[in-house]
Design a binder for this molecule. Structure first.
Ligand SMILES: Nc1nc2c(ncn2[C@@H]2O[C@H](COP(=O)(O)OP(=O)(O)OP(=O)(O)O)[C@@H](O)[C@H]2O)c(=O)[nH]1
Ligand SMILES: [Mg+2]
Length: 321
């Protein structure tokens, strides 16, 4: 499964929807004559409005079924309650379009063609009003789609190693080094920054490595609301966390600050958190679970193996009872 918002249907604007409904209707109407032409116009316009809105609503995943990682992200980025409300308005308008069709359908045949035309025009005006009434809801749903479509493809069902640490400690170099064989790192725009996702395979199990610059690289008090919620989304996804520290301070941040961030992460994530002293070629002067040098290619594989062990992933085998 890829990320759940990738395939959301495009949403027409309110004006585009009305234009589409009426232009299709006039084409349908011109193929017939008399009251039947008016009837055909009414049916076409109402159905287009109704079906389009309904398709937008049903194109969205059921929020109750979303993996918590994506639920929290969606909530952080667009607000799930607001979005639900907007979608409800679209459903209402969809039903309303059908009601209008039913209401006028019977009446069209009560009089002559002129009366039918007047009634059909009245029905069109009401359809246009209904769509106009939800103009803002349509716009909000469309905006939400744009924001969520670009979310990273993090698979909640795959074991996930989050790589954290202050800027310049070597996070990207680490992810790029260990995933090089698979050459599978992708960047996604993510909240205020980019998220990098790489994959490695060990014993036929695919692990995701997630490097989150801009999120887990500074004190929690520096995060805005969306970033904080993105961090709680990551808490759900993480099966192990590597916090890289640079004891030399070469990265530009004092070691005590780096360790404070590590402690914050350890307190926040339920998953095991490993402290990794990187740049061991410069100094090893910190208590850590692992020491490595990416530039000297020293102990890098051991760190990855340690992370994988910390994940402790046991695949569910089909023949397991
Ligand atoms: N001496 C030394 N330098 C290293 C080591 N690992 C990484 N560096 C250097 O540290 C710098 C930062 O590395 P990055 O991998 O970009 O660090 P990052 O944590 O991804 O940084 P941001 O993306 O800014 O958060 C680069 O110039 C690396 O060459 C190491 O083991 N030893
Ligand atoms: Mg980086």
């Amino acid at each position: 499964m890829s990320q759940p918002f990738e395939t959301l249907p495009t949403t027409l604007t309110a004006d585009e929807l009305v234009d589409k409904a009426f232009s299709r209707a006039s084409r349908a109407g011109s193929a017939k004559s008399g009251i039947e032409g008016q009837q055909s116009m009414l049916m076409t316009a109402a159905n287009i409005v109704s079906d389009n809105l309904e398709n937008v609503v049903t194109g969205w995943p059921d929020f109750a079924d979303l993996d918590p990682f994506y639920y929290e992200l969606a909530d952080a980025i667009v607000g799930v309650d607001d979005l639900r409300q907007h979608l409800n308005e679209l459903s209402w308008a969809s039903r309303k379009a059908t009601d209008i069709r039913h209401e006028y359908e019977g009446r069209l045949y009560d009089g002559d063609e002129d009366t039918a035309r007047k009634l059909r025009k009245q029905a069109f005006a009401r359809l246009a009003d209904v769509v106009e009434e939800i103009e803002d809801d349509i716009a909000a749903v469309s905006e939400a789609r744009e924001a969520l479509r670009k979310l990273p493809d993090i698979r909640p069902d795959e074991p996930t190693i989050v790589v954290a640490g202050y800027p310049n400690v070597g996070k990207s170099t680490f992810v790029n080094t260990v995933t090089r064989a698979d050459n599978e790192t992708a960047s996604y725009p993510f909240t205020t920054t980019e998220i990098n996702v790489g994959h490695v395979e060990r014993d036929h199990i695919r692990y995701q490595l997630v490097d989150t610059p801009g999120l887990l690289d500074r004190p929690p008090e520096d995060r805005n609301d969306i970033e904080s919620q993105a961090v709680s989304a990551l808490e759900h996804a993480a099966d192990a966390v590597l916090v890289l520290v640079d004891a030399s301070g070469n990265c530009g941040y004092p070691l005590p600050d780096q360790l404070e961030l590590r402690d914050d992460i350890a307190g926040r994530f339920a998953a095991p958190v490993l402290t990794v002293c990187n740049k061991s070629d410069l100094t090893r002067d910190v208590e850590a679970d692992h020491y490595m040098s990416l530039t000297e290619d020293e102990n890098v594989d051991a760190v990855l193996a340690g992370a994988i062990e910390a994940v402790g992933y046991e695949p569910e085998l089909p023949y397991d009872e």
